[in-house]
Design a protein around this ligand. Structure first.
Ligand SMILES: O=C(O)CCC(=O)C(=O)O
Ligand SMILES: [Fe+2]
Length: 350
């Protein structure tokens, strides 16, 4: 009797990629991180399908350690619990186009094309913000010599033990994940996988903590936790807690769809620059943060968006695979820096 060794077969990863289908599906990206190119392509194409419909998805299997998320979340709660005077000491410099530090009042809806910024800013979003940007760290490279020098204004840090470390560690994790997602985007758009790499290697990303206080009194008519807006960068990675009065995204028929907080997930959404790059094949969908129902209005809420913003001078114009003679570019070319500072100025009157 002879014994035969079974033939060695490559292990095929055929776990599902879409875990929950829908307008904002839940996608497992762990297979893409395995390095197997076929699997990467499958995940990339799944994400691309979502980017063509809602531009919003939740991802799991992203590899960001849970304790980094927990530490930045706890640090954020501690910061916003400081008294007004302590927070106001960190108020963003009036000249800072990136609004680093404690945020000023504004309304994101004022950034929309055709909006009346003056009127909307009078109905400020019912939120407070804290913003960190790598360009504000000592010695940070990445801003071209001809860019406004105010982009290099320093970050403002609260005097809270562990706060700065928690933010820097979380930011580093987001940078890694954002680069990975941009590579999947490139694959999905039939570009070389590294096509976006040199457009984001000196990125100017705001990591912004949003604090939505409990609402003792009913908000004014039309006033929201965050006004209706699209995001302005290439993609956003959002951590949100599950408190009531949360994120909603508008679907194709104009209905508002809740984006529930799923344990261990991040919400990913496309920003305006991705829509410009893809000639509107991908959509930068508008969203908002609603007020909680009155019976649970005392609940506060926190979220942490990382708004991946390409290099200051990165040209943002229709990419080669998204245009043809009968589909000419629809948007005027711009640059990342010009686009971002224009939007921040409209929302906050900077
Ligand atoms: O708080 C959220 O869930 C989303 C906030 C948001 O859309 C933003 O800050 O751009
Ligand atoms: Fe947003």
């Amino acid at each position: 009797m002879t014994t035969q060794t079974p033939p060695v077969r490559p292990v095929r990863d055929d776990r599902p990629i879409t875990l929950v289908d829908g307008y904002v599906p839940v996608i497992d990206i762990s297979g893409a991180r395995s390095g197997d190119i076929d699997r990467r392509l499958q995940v990339a194409r799944t994400i691309a399908g979502v980017c063509e419909t809602s531009g919003f998805l939740a991802i799991v299997g992203h590899g960001v350690p849970e304790d980094r998320i927990r530490r930045v979340y706890n640090a954020t709660r501690e910061f916003f619990a400081l008294d007004e005077a302590a927070k106001t000491r960190l108020l963003a410099d009036e000249r800072d186009p990136l609004m680093r530090g404690f945020g000023r009042k504004g309304n994101l809806a004022a950034s929309n094309a055709g909006a009346d910024p003056q009127a909307l800013r009078r109905l400020a979003d019912l939120s407070e913000t804290f913003t960190y940007n790598r360009l504000g760290e000592p010695g940070a490279p990445g801003v071209p010599a001809d860019a406004p020098s105010v982009l290099r204004l320093p970050n403002k840090w609260p005097d809270l033990p562990g706060f700065r470390e928690a933010y820097l560690d979380y930011y580093a994790a987001m940078e890694g994940l954002a680069q990975e997602l941009m590579r999947l985007f490139a694959l999905a758009l039939d570009l070389p996988e590294t096509w976006f790499d040199d457009k984001i290697d000196q990125h100017m990303t705001n990591l912004t903590a949003n604090y939505y206080p409990g609402q003792e009194n009913p908000p004014a008519p039309g006033q929201l936790r965050k006004g209706v807006h699209s995001d302005w960068g290439s993609l956003t990675i959002l951590y949100q807690d599950g408190a009531p009065g949360g994120l909603q995204v508008r679907d194709r028929s104009g209905e508002w769809v809740d984006v529930p907080a799923i344990a261990g997930s991040f919400v990913i959404n496309i920003g305006d620059l991705m829509a410009i790059w893809t000639n509107d094949r991908w959509v930068s969908t508008v969203h908002r943060v609603v007020n909680p129902p009155r019976e649970v209005a005392h609940h506060e809420r926190y979220s942490l968006p990382f708004f991946l913003q390409p290099n200051y001078s990165a040209p943002i114009e229709c990419i080669p695979t998204c245009t043809s003679p009968d589909n000419p570019p629809r948007h005027a070319p711009t640059t990342s820096g010009t686009y971002l500072t224009g939007k921040l100025s409209a929302a906050y009157g900077i």
